[in-house]
Design a protein around this ligand. Structure first.
Ligand code: 3H9
Length: 703
């Protein structure tokens, strides 16, 4: 038998243990091993029952996603076959669950005759997040155990629940604080001694019969999920499968689920979502940092600066249970920061997203501090003052004097050179960038900026702190705007040029929204506040070549005092209390005047041109950043765009998306754009090379 399965007996019970680290995925060898063990138990008259469990910290993460669309995935027994055989097994089979049991692992458990879980086990069917439906009976057995409504929430929502909730719903039979395998063996012995045929989930009809009387629940659910599921195929496919579970006999429902699974797993969306899953995990692997690299435990932190960013970052630490001091130089600034924090938490409590107790616990971890004394005993400082190099250097000089040896000195700068900031200390190896995105307590992306001198230990600690704060950390190098904001530049610039050439802000925003972003560039600028971009452009004005094309419209809007949503006017107008952008004829006239001034003859611009002009240049620049080594791999750029700017996950991020189009085509269009619009759109060397060689970013990255 494979060594990915351990097999032993406990009295008259055969114990099958999954042993395929790190997550006991059901690879071909594991599936074959479980079946072989079951057959052994069948053949042995001394054994009356079976228990299936997992080794290590979890039961199993489900099917092996890397086997999707490969021959290994279909190798007999495939997962549906194994699961059918488990349910049909004549001796009782009990699942002993701990840690996590998701996807195919929960599907197998639901086909076991009984399920026992250790307290706190997480159970769920997250397949929808990979663009598929559960494909091994999950959509058919779940409604039979918990009813259609709960099954919709669990399968379409894709969110795992704790064992205690699962017990209440009827998904499992027992939750134990004691050893789960002992409890499962005891249950297996008991049901075997009682005799009679095993209880088979596929034969449970009460729940689905009752749900058949309420067909409206499916239409209601589709309406309820519409906003969240915009653009996605698999949530709707999940609903159809659950509907089939309610309305069709088990075998027919199962066949329908299978067909749906096969269609989904081959879809472009599923491939993109699988890419996103692996890309997120890949981003945690960084040259020079291994799992043996020492990290500094972060027991106390401090944040310097109580503006919007500083307040948000402070909340991130408190939310993670880390005591944190927020430092300002003047009392009124400090009071304002604490008011912002308290107000944000209170908003969450009012909306029912947080309990008052949790808010109180977070507030008790935050210490408002005047001056720098509080940094003396912290393990990590995050500086979040405004973007002024001399101020930052002064602060880092002070930190160098006061902070304990080995403390991590981080800056939240979004534009400044971290190497220069580090040079104001005698310990540049301890300096790193922790670039949060606004609002910092909400946005998941964290750019971890590695300076020239940043040590592996500092970087490893920064990566670990990212995880503790539940952020999606991505390590990047030093460059103006790093990767995220740097790549935002051509996206914004081209959208502004497009409106000068004949498009309207609302047309550009519609095209980008329809592509799957939560909003287009003009609405994004209004949300962020137009003064932010204005300040950055003013700072860059001196170094901008005279000959370079520059759209003055955004500056003019800003100089009219229209700062976006916060002033109820920017690229759009906003009615009191509303975030819905309303096109403004005054802005349309202003744009037309700017076109005329520059001698640009306005023309009809197609939606396709908008999409290509907004997105190809950022892919092109992404390639440039790979060449420079500022981004480590194309998939890191994808993660940054998905988590930082809402690039639709089902498109897989810009670099994956470009690969699907084909880099030959992307390059051809870039070349045309370059010839029409000049050097800002010149194809980068890496894009050109890959296009000529018929390769993709994925190939390049795999080298
Ligand atoms: C399914 O079951 C289909 C069926 O319905 C039908 C089939 C016919 N496969 O996340 P981590 C890797 S669909 C392959 O950092 P954690 C992961 O890439 C499946 N590999 O660990 C990483 O590799 P590396 C439905 C997998 O402890 C390593 O394991 N299941 C799989 O933070 C550690 O991962 C899901 O969607 C997999 N299934 O969290 C669950 N899972 O070290 C997906 C993980 O090389 N998995 N890897 O970078 C998870 O949600 C989390 O991994 C889990 C553990 C919660 C299990």
């Amino acid at each position: 038998m494979t060594d990915l399965i351990q097999y032993t007996t406990r009295g008259a019970v055969g114990l099958i243990t999954l042993a395929n680290p790190p997550v006991n995925a059901f690879s071909a060898a594991v599936r074959a091993g479980v079946l072989e063990a079951l057959e052994g138990i069948m053949a042995d008259d001394a054994l009356t029952a079976a228990v299936i469990t997992g080794s290590g910290k979890l039961f199993s993460g489900g099917a092996d996603i890397r086997e999707f669309n490969t021959p290994a995935g279909m190798q007999s027994p495939n997962l549906p076959e194994l699961i059918e055989k488990t349910e049909a097994f004549p001796k009782p089979v009990v699942a002993a669950l701990h840690g996590t049991a998701v996807g195919g692992a929960l599907e197998l458990s639901m086909a076991c005759h009984y399920r026992v879980a250790a307290a706190g086990t997480r159970l769920g069917l997250p397949e929808v997040t990979l663009g598929i439906v559960p494909g091994a009976g999950g959509t058919q057995r779940m409604p039979r155990l918990v009813g259609a409504e709960a099954a919709l929430d669990l399968i379409v929502g894709g969110r795992p629940i704790k064992a205690e909730e699962a017990l209440e719903l009827g998904l499992i039979d027992e939750v134990v604080e004691s050893d789960v395998v002992d409890a499962a063996v005891a249950l297996a012995e008991k049901v075997a001694a009682e005799g009679g045929p095993p209880r088979r989930t596929s034969e449970l009809e009460d729940r689905v019969t009752a749900d058949r009387e309420r067909p409206e629940i499916f239409e209601e659910y589709r309406k309820k999920m519409a906003r969240k599921a915009r653009g996605l195929e698999s949530p709707y496919a999940c609903v159809e499968c659950i509907e089939a579970a309610v309305n069709k006999p088990f075998a027919e429902g199962l066949a329908f689920e299978r067909e749906t699974f096969v269609r989904c797993v081959e879809s472009a969306q599923s491939k993109a979502l699988q890419h996103a899953f692996f890309a997120e995990r890949e981003s945690g692997k960084v040259p020079g940092v291994t799992k043996d690299t020492a990290t500094r435990p972060i027991e106390r932190a401090a944040v310097i600066g109580g503006g919007t960013m500083g307040a948000g970052i402070t909340m991130c630490f408190a939310n993670a249970g880390i005591p944190v001091s927020i430092i300002e130089v003047a009392q009124d600034g400090l009071d304002r920061a604490m008011k912002t924090i308290e107000g944000t938490y209170a908003g969450s409590v009012n909306r029912g997203r947080m309990s008052q107790d949790a808010m109180d616990a977070c507030m008790s971890l935050i210490t408002p501090s005047l001056g720098y004394d509080a940094v003396a005993d912290v393990d990590l400082v995050v500086e979040a003052v405004f973007e002024d190099m001399s101020l930052k250097k002064e602060i880092f000089g002070k930190l160098d004097e006061i902070c304990a040896e080995g403390a991590i000195l981080a800056t939240n700068t979004s534009t400044l050179d971290i190497n220069e900031i580090a040079s104001s200390t005698a310990r540049p190896e301890s300096v790193v960038g922790l670039h949060f995105f606004s609002p910092a307590n909400v946005m998941r992306l964290l750019e971890i900026v590695r300076g020239e001198a940043t040590s592996p230990e500092t970087l490893a600690t920064a990566m670990r702190i990212g995880k503790t704060l539940r952020k999606q950390g991505v390590v990047v190098g030093v460059r103006n705007g790093f990767v995220a904001n740097g790549m935002m530049l051509p996206y914004i610039r081209e959208s502004e040029f497009l409106v000068e050439e004949g498009a309207t802000p609302e047309q550009v925003d519609r095209v980008i929204f329809e592509f799957g972003f939560p909003m287009g560039p003009f609405q994004t600028m209004d949300m962020a506040g137009l003064d932010v971009g204005w300040r950055i452009r003013q700072a860059a004005a001196a170094t901008r070549p005279e000959s370079e094309r520059y759209s003055p419209v955004a500056d003019r809007i800003c100089e009219m005092g229209r700062m976006g949503l916060k002033t109820k006017a920017g690229w759009y107008l906003y009615e009191e209390g509303s975030r819905t952008p309303v096109p403004d004829p005054e802005i349309a006239a202003m744009i037309e005047a700017a076109s005329a001034e520059q001698g640009i003859e306005r023309r009809e611009i197609s939606d396709q041109e908008i999409l290509v002009r907004c997105l190809y240049p950022l892919v092109n620049l992404g390639a440039g950043m790979l060449e420079e080594g500022v981004a480590l791999r194309p998939s890191d750029i994808d993660v940054i765009w998905m988590h930082g700017f809402g690039f639709p996950r089902y498109q897989g991020g810009p670099m994956f998306w470009a690969d699907q189009i084909g880099l030959g085509e992307v390059h051809r269009v870039m070349q045309e754009l370059y010839e029409q619009h000049g050097e800002l759109l010149q194809p980068t060397a890496l894009l050109t090379q890959l296009a000529q060689e018929g390769r993709s970013f994925g190939d390049w990255s795999a080298e």
